[in-house]
Design a protein around this ligand. Structure first.
Ligand code: MN
Length: 235
């Protein structure tokens, strides 16, 4: 049996269709998982049942995150937010963490992981970080690794990828700021932007700020294969 991987979905503001990019689904299938797209279910018992049924959670990229979830009001540069999506993802993550089931978060998924564990984030790195920043909203093709990240040696991410420096694509104007005490930073960009975090307590909980589903490289394949392998433990 393949492990069932719950994939979080996006929705345009004031629209009614749940969506995810096909690249996310393909990445899970290629690595050996059975993808299942998740709508925004908010009832607590239902959330618990979803957490029971899936073997892993894949938190995809998407819109910005409601800053009231980490005690701030909206910055002028805050983009579109879908409060129901935030609530659903954070509550489901908490249940998955309690059960020590694997989670892979990409882009906004790495931020919701941190917010779910009490961390916070920059609503807009360009306005709120003091260092001179790289271009994190690349204008190159989606599979192009536009900037480097340095991977910390004592990390799950390093175990997966086996390299200390890799090129990644970059499509974000937000990033994690204070990382929850349950997490450690596992990769940084040269300008200090947090590019990956991982749980210190759970077996496999990793958030990357880039979009490995859109990159055709070995490092990305290894991340998905490692995630699916971890999800097989409970199957
Ligand atoms: Mn970046």
């Amino acid at each position: 049996m393949k492990p069932i991987i719950g994939i979080t979905t996006s929705m345009e503001i004031d629209q009614t269709q749940y969506t995810t990019n096909q690249r996310n689904v393909r990445a899970i299938i290629r690595a050996g998982g059975l993808p299942m797209m998740l709508p925004y279910v908010l009832d607590d018992m239902d959330l618990a049942q979803i957490a029971q049924q899936i073997d892993g959670l894949y938190a995809t990229g998407g819109d910005d995150i409601d800053p009231t979830l980490f005690g701030e009001e909206p910055h002028p540069k805050l983009g579109p937010i879908i409060p129901k999506r935030d609530q659903f993802e954070i509550e489901l993550m908490k249940k998955m963490l309690d059960m020590d089931k694997p989670i892979l978060g990409v882009c906004r998924g790495s931020q919701t992981l941190n917010i779910a564990a009490g961390g916070d984030m920059y609503q807009d790195i360009y306005a709120q970080m003091e260092s001179e920043l790289l271009q994190h909203s690349q204008r190159a093709p989606r599979e192009h690794g536009s900037h480097y990240v340095d991977i910390l040696g004592n990390s799950l991410l390093y175990q997966l990828v086996g390299q200390k420096k890799i090129r990644v694509n970059s499509y974000h104007h937000q990033a994690n700021r204070d990382v929850s005490e349950n997490y450690q930073i596992s990769a940084l960009a040269s300008d200090g932007v947090v590019e990956a975090i991982e749980s210190k307590e759970n077996t496999f909980v990793l958030g990357v700020q880039w979009h490995p589903e859109a990159m055709n490289d070995e490092a990305s394949d290894k991340i998905y294969l490692g995630f699916i392998e971890a999800c097989k433990q409970d199957v």
